[in-house]
Design a protein around this ligand. Sequence first.
Ligand SMILES: Cc1cc2nc3c(=O)[nH]c(=O)nc-3n(C[C@H](O)[C@H](O)[C@H](O)COP(=O)(O)OP(=O)(O)OC[C@H]3O[C@@H](n4cnc5c(N)ncnc54)[C@H](O)[C@@H]3O)c2cc1C
Length: 341
Amino acid sequence: MKIQENISLGQYTTFQIGGPARFFCNVTTEDELAQAVKFGKKNRLRFFILGGGSNVLISDEGYPGLVIKIELKGVEYKKKGSAVIVSAAAGELWDELVASAVERGLYGIENLSAIPGTVGAAPVQNIGAYGMDVSSSVYKVRAFDRKTMKYVELSNEECCFAYRDSLFLQDRRRYIITRVDFKLTTKGKVNIKYKDVAAYFASRKPPMSEPTLSDVRDAVIDIRWNKLPDWKKWGTAGSFFKNPLVSGRKFKQLQKKYPGIVGYPEPDGRVKVALGWVLDNICEVKGLCHDGAAVYEKQALVIVAKPGAKAGEVVNLAKELMKRVKEKTGIQITGEVEWVN
Ligand SMILES: Cc1cc2nc3c(=O)[nH]c(=O)nc-3n(C[C@H](O)[C@H](O)[C@H](O)COP(=O)(O)OP(=O)(O)OC[C@H]3O[C@@H](n4cnc5c(N)ncnc54)[C@H](O)[C@@H]3O)c2cc1C
């Protein structure tokens, strides 16, 4: 394993923004990861774990510590009754895993098609889309625990999953994920209840009432292409903010003021507010830009950056959006994208 110095980080992120890492290494095995952590500890360096760089915004000044890029590869399939345990190394590309699960007729992650990034990062923010969160399929997670300097295996429950949240964010930087096991099934049912997905199948000619697993994957990819920027052309990290959770009472107050406001009730009584709607309809952010950073025209939750844009420009635009939401609704929104500096 080679530790490199002053490596420009922008090239490793979908925002294509960011200064250099003081130290940088690729790790391809668990042993290399342990060596990298030891190097960092010995030299009293801060660490940052990088996957596909699709949920981070790196400062223009770069990162003064050690960036460990996870490149562990390999996927195994093991039958367990009617279920199949898919054990994937953290550096595998998430969407390649989804594609191969769908090809094998395995249900459970198809609605999460076309999300960029790696397998190891999927449990971190409990990725979700189109009515499905990855937490519903995670069986166990193998990770290096930096507190005990040992590998641990965490069950689904121990991962403390919630909406865009998990143990890996709550105890940030403690665990470095090397492998994730997913429990998928050959005897599943597609989940097409989500509004956009249901509308997609209803609008086919003739309407499709019983789409297959691969129809669902194709539909999700199609919907995403029409709604999200092409991250190979634009700098972006997808949704910049989380949809805020508010109390039922607060949501009723907002409904009185803004009758069209969209919200989804949560099992705990809170309501998840559709922030894209708030930004579009209440905060009127369409077309808003700050130098090289702009609100994406088809989805206000997404910030896009022009080639050459600076991290500071994205941050200024994000701050402006946060201010507008606070002024109009009283809600303090939080970022989904991690600020790395
Ligand atoms: C166009 C676009 C669309 C997107 N759509 C969605 C969507 O629909 N739903 C959704 O949930 N997200 C979405 N995202 C966000 C992003 O793709 C996911 O959060 C993804 O899981 C990030 O993976 P990554 O490998 O790129 O992680 P990175 O961006 O490299 O890292 C993200 C975080 O995870 C940590 N991390 C990464 N790997 C590990 C590891 N092995 N162990 C411990 N910590 C680790 C990092 O330290 C960092 O805190 C989108 C992003 C883009 C650009």
